[in-house]
Design a protein around this ligand. Structure first.
Ligand SMILES: Nc1ncnc2c1ncn2[C@@H]1O[C@H](COP(=O)(O)OP(=O)(O)O)[C@@H](O)[C@H]1O
Ligand SMILES: [Mg+2]
Length: 328
C-alpha cells in the first residue's frame, strides 16, 4: 500500500525584504509519521511552520496540507491542523480549563462537546487537578503541555510543534517527548522543529536538515548517520610500547588508510574491522604481547551533523547554548 502524503511543499520560498529565509524547499510528510525539521537558529524552521499554517505568506512556491492548497484553501487546512508556537498563545489570567474552552469555541467545537473534550485533554496531559489554576501559575513544562492540549482541542489530524522542548528542564523535556510519542501512536501526524540533534534522533522517523533556508538532506536519523559514516577507527592498547613493531604490524594490515601509534596504543584508520581484529590478534600472539583493550570509535550524531551541514564545531557549540536539555 502506498503511503498517504499529508503535507507537501514544492519550491517553497520566503523573502523578508532582502533576507531569504527559506529557499525553494521541497519535502513531503506521510500520514502518521513524526517528521522533524532540524537546523540551527535562523535556519528558517519557524518561517516554514508559519507559512504551512497560514500565519505568513510564501513569496514563491506551493504547499498543500491534506490536499488543500495553503493559499486558496487555508480555512479548510486550519480545520485539520493544530499549531503549537514557540511562545504560548494561551491567556495568563485564564484558568487551564477556561483557556481550553476558549480555544474550543475559537476552533468551532460544538458547544455541547467543549467541556467534555477539554476535561478529557486535561486528564490525558496530567493537568486535571490544576484545571482551575490560572495559566500563569503553571511551570514551563505544564504551560507547554497545556498549549499542546489547546492545539488538540478540535481533534486535528496534523500537529505542528515549534521547538517543543526549548527552555524546559530535563524531566519536563522527557515527559513532553513521551507525550509527543503517544500522540503519534494515536495516529496524529507530527511536524516538529528542533535544533537538538539528539531530540530529532529520539523522536523523528524522518528528518530534514535545514541550513540557511535550504534543505540539505532528508532521511531517517539512521540513514543520515550511515550516509556520512566515517571510515572505521579502531584503537588497540597493548601491554607494552610497540613503536619498534609498528612496521611489522602495518605490513599485516591490508586496505587500511593509516596506522598511528603513541606509546602502547595503536589507532587504525579505515579498512575492514573484522580483518583488522584478525590481523592484530594474530600479530599480538606471534609477538607474545598482551592486548589490554580494543575500542571502536564511532562518529556521533553531532559529527554527522557537522559533516552534513559544514558548520564548524564552534558554531555548533554556540548553537547548543546553555540550555541543552536532552537526556536519555
Ligand atoms: N518577521 C521577520 N522579519 C524579518 N526577518 C525575519 C522575520 N522572521 C524571521 N526572519 C529571518 O528569517 C530567517 C529565518 O528565521 P526563522 O524562521 O525564525 O528561523 P528558525 O526558526 O530556524 O530559528 C532569519 O534570518 C530571521 O532573522
Ligand atoms: Mg524558530
Amino acid at each position: 500500500m502506498s503511503k498517504e502524503i499529508v503535507i507537501k511543499a514544492s519550491g517553497l520560498t520566503k523573502f523578508y525584504g532582502d533576507i531569504l529565509a527559506i529557499d525553494h524547499i521541497n519535502f513531503e510528510v506521510e500520514r502518521g509519521e513524526i517528521f522533524g525539521f532540524l537546523g540551527p537558529n535562523g535556519a528558517g524552521k519557524t518561517t516554514t511552520i508559519r507559512i504551512l499554517t497560514g500565519l505568513s505568506k510564501s513569496t514563491d512556491g506551493k504547499a498543500s496540507i491534506l490536499g488543500f492548497d495553503i493559499n486558496s484553501e487555508i480555512l479548510k487546512v486550519k480545520r485539520h491542523i493544530g499549531v503549537v508556537p514557540e511562545i504560548s498563545n494561551l491567556y495568563d489570567d485564564l484558568s487551564a480549563i477556561d483557556n481550553l474552552l476558549f480555544m474550543a469555541q475559537l476552533y468551532g467545537v460544538p458547544r455541547p462537546q467543549r467541556r467534555k473534550r477539554a476535561e478529557e485533554l486535561l486528564k490525558i496531559f496530567g493537568l486535571y487537578e490544576r484545571k482551575d489554576s490560572p495559566f500563569r501559575t503553571f511551570s514551563r513544562g505544564m504551560k507547554r503541555a497545556l498549549t499542546i492540549a489547546a492545539a488538540l482541542i478540535h481533534n486535528p489530524e496534523i500537529l505542528f510543534l515549534d521547538e517543543p522542548t526549548v527552555g524546559l528542564d530535563v524531566m519536563a523535556a522527557r515527559s513532553l517527548r513521551n507525550l509527543i510519542t503517544n500522540l503519534r501512536q494515536q495516529g496524529i501526524t507530527i511536524f516538529l522543529t528542533t535544533h537538538y540533534l539528539e531530540e530529532a534522533d529520539l523522536l523523528c522517523g524522518r528528518v530534514a536538515i535545514l541550513v540557511k533556508g535550504r534543505i540539505i538532506k532528508i532521511g531517517s536519523p539512521t540513514d543520515l548517520k550511515t550516509a556520512v559514516e566515517k571510515e572505521s577507527l579502531i584503537e588497540f592498547s597493548f601491554g607494552r610500547e610497540i613503536s619498534d613493531l609498528i612496521e611489522d604490524l602495518s605490513s599485516r594490515l591490508s586496505g587500511v588508510r593509516m596506522v598511528a601509534t603513541e606509546q602502547n596504543k595503536v589507532r587504525i584508520y579505515g579498512g575492514t574491522p573484522a580483518d583488522i581484529y584478525d590481523s592484530v590478534f594474530r600479530f599480538a600472539k606471534d609477538k607474545g604481547i598482551k592486548i589490554q583493550s580494543v575500542k571502536s570509535i564511532k562518529p556521533t550524531l553531532e559529527d554527522t551533523f557537522i559533516k552534513i551541514t559544514g558548520l564548524s564545531p564552534t558554531v555548533m557549540a554556540i548553537e547548543k547554548g546553555g540550555e541543552h536539555n536532552v537526556a536519555r
